[in-house]
Design a protein around this ligand. Sequence first.
Ligand SMILES: [Zn+2]
Length: 295
Amino acid sequence: MGDCMTYIILDLEWNGAYSKRARGYFNEIIEIGAVKMDESLTQKDTFHAVIRPVVSRKLSSIVKDLTGIEAAELEEGRSFPRAISQLNKWISDPEAVVMTWSKTDLLVLLENCRYFLKEDRIPFINYYADLQAYCQSRMDIGSSQQIGLGKVIEFFGLNGEELAMHRALDDSIMSGKVFAHIFEPESFRLHIKKTDDEFYGRLQFKTSIISDINDDHVNKSDFRFRCEACNKRLRRTSKWIFRSRAFCADFVCRSCNRKYSARVQVKMKYDGAETNRKLVIRPDEQNKTQDEEKT
Ligand SMILES: [Zn+2]
């Protein structure tokens, strides 16, 4: 990438509808808003398109209440392929870093590109950054929770009152203000991803939990435990059963007689299996020890 950076921040509004062709629920994009910034982080231009829905003309009440978009406004909208081709021209820089607030918008965009353009890639994004993830890293918030744009604006005391939340253009403008506020070149560079095969693989990968103990990704040695008190190998006193998304079994220490419950969870992630092990003293045993101490 050169020194002249272009940053694009996209925001979408969509309407959930049943699609006969997709044989399921489909999130149909009805509005696209975007801001363009240069390396000085000044807003250079904006893009706005209302899209005429074709899968479902009926707006869900949630979308209606949230966005305030009227049916009449949508009827005058352009088609999705036309809006995308115009957006593509508007971005113009193939090295632009395109951002959305969380990957949800990106996934919905991909879903619409598949449906309307028969494309397996989003044609105008060559470099991507998840603005929400970047923001959370700058605020020192872990990735286990997801923070909303409104909360962030409030947190930084950025003025957003003159803009209506949940309209695509206003949301992208607010996201742009947040980006300009938190941007720091070194840390941001780490968040820029080239949209190659691995990028799309990760984006669409769904983490799953293994429920079959004989699965090839299950490592037998992860199912052995040692006593926390005397470090002796524990003896299993029950079968492994799969319960509450993990394998569970009871153990006993033959040396000190402590009784334990063990939990092993094996998650299949994009990078491979990840195992979490937990060993706890059985509650009834804990009480018994405490009672013994009292007497
Ligand atoms: Zn022991």
